[in-house]
Design a binder for this molecule. Structure first.
Ligand code: ZN
Length: 398
């Protein structure tokens, strides 16, 4: 992805929003059809059938015909891709697109290549049914086959060209680094460095709390509510910008400095799910604590830390040099002698080995274990059926 800030005129903004509306409408209809389909109706309509229905609908409805066919068809294609990703198990179920939250559409093919460079600073793209829209040429515009126009919650427009970035060359030193994802500190390297992903500052978080309270008091649909919402969106947008910037810089630096980057193979999607309710054996119908609140806090931290983003970018920038390691027990195992016990973890931050007395930052200790590939499943030494909660065997933990 190569993203540029788009500067549409007010009139263009209105017609861009109209296109976003069409894309969203088509997506939601496709989702409705897919999720409400029952077995007795025959095979579920796929992309081809839905595209045929779209053509039919464009013949009937004037407002749909007024929009670009490419935009509407691509929404169907995107949906088709989402369904396939869902069935292959890499992504979750496609969800509803909401106004104000999911504003965007995709242009492909020859229509996506109509880009002109105006001067050193500005370029323009010919968006179907909208016209030439200027964007800021903050770097060279890539030669791409498709682009996506989006509007974020704070009202900024962007144009993103689909290109795979050039891989960062390896330093060829044979150096291996382990990266552990923490919550208090965003990342610990096996070299002992601690990296912190910037999020909302304390002042901004405080302000956000007040604004959210004010939002709760506003009447639905009032102008004041809209204003408060816009302010909140701006605060969030700034935090997201900071995080993305950190992800880009950190991933480039790691790819440049190390030959092999080992990260833990946490399935973030699985970890972010709600913990199962635990029934209370003494009180029928009652429940004991399952750590849901604690997990919710952790989820927020993980989202803010942008872990998924960092690993994804690392894999793109250093293809073939990122190794995912099974991280079971890396936080309880001593990186010097290999002694593995829960008591080693003195606190969230400090690791003190019960066997050899080695004392170190807990996240750095885990990062060293990850770098060593301790308890690795990448080599497929452990059978796939072994529970991740099982103690690692001597051959892998020593
Ligand atoms: Zn030890």
């Amino acid at each position: 992805m190569s993203r540029f800030r788009l500067y549409p005129t007010p009139a263009q903004q209105a017609s861009l929003l109209e296109q976003c509306k069409h894309a969203r409408c088509v997506w939601n209809l496709a989702l409705e059809q897919w999720s409400m389909w029952t077995r007795d109706k025959g095979p579920t309509p796929g992309y081809v059938e839905q595209a045929r229905q779209l053509t039919e609908a464009r013949g009937t409805f004037e407002w749909l015909r007024a929009g670009s066919q490419t935009v509407q068809q691509q929404a169907l294609r995107d949906f088709d891709q989402a369904v396939r990703s869902f069935y292959s198990g890499t992504h979750r179920r496609p969800t509803w697109r909401k106004a104000g939250l999911h504003e965007g559409f995709r242009i492909v093919g020859s229509q996506a290549t109509r880009i002109v460079t105006k001067n050193r600073r500005w370029a323009a793209a010919l968006v179907p049914k909208v016209g030439w829209v200027r964007f800021r040429r903050s770097r060279a515009v890539p030669d791409a086959k498709s682009y996506r126009v989006t509007r974020d919650r704070s009202g900024r427009w962007h144009i993103a060209f689909a290109v795979v970035p050039e891989p960062v060359p390896a330093p060829d030193t044979g150096e291996i680094v382990g990266v552990d994802r923490g919550v208090a500190v965003s990342a610990a390297l096996s070299t002992g460095e601690l990296l912190v992903c910037p999020g909302l500052s304390n002042r901004a978080a405080e302000r956000l709390k007040h604004l959210e309270r004010r939002l709760a008091r506003c009447c639905r649909g009032s102008n004041r509510r809209q204003r408060v919402k816009a302010t909140i969106a701006k605060l969030y947008a700034r935090a997201v910008d900071r995080r993305k910037d950190w992800v880009e810089k950190t991933s480039t630096e790691l790819a440049r400095r190390f030959d092999v980057i080992r990260v833990e193979d946490l399935r973030i999607a699985k970890m972010s799910r709600r913990p199962k309710p635990k029934p209370d054996p003494e009180r029928p119908g009652g429940y004991v604590r399952n750590g849901r609140r604690a997990k919710a806090g952790l989820n927020r931290g993980m989202m803010a830390n942008g872990w998924g983003e960092l690993v994804r970018r690392l894999e793109q920038k250093a293809p073939g040099r990122v190794e995912k390691v099974n991280a079971a027990y890396t936080s309880q195992t001593c990186s010097i002698c290999g002694h593995c016990a829960p008591a080693n973890r003195e606190s969230q931050a400090v690791f003190r080995c019960m066997a050899c007395g080695h004392e170190v930052n807990a996240d750095v200790n885990a990062a060293i274990n990850i770098a060593a590939g301790r308890a690795v499943s990448a080599r497929r030494e452990t059978p796939a059926r072994v529970s991740p909660k099982r103690e690692p065997q001597l051959t892998t933990s020593a």
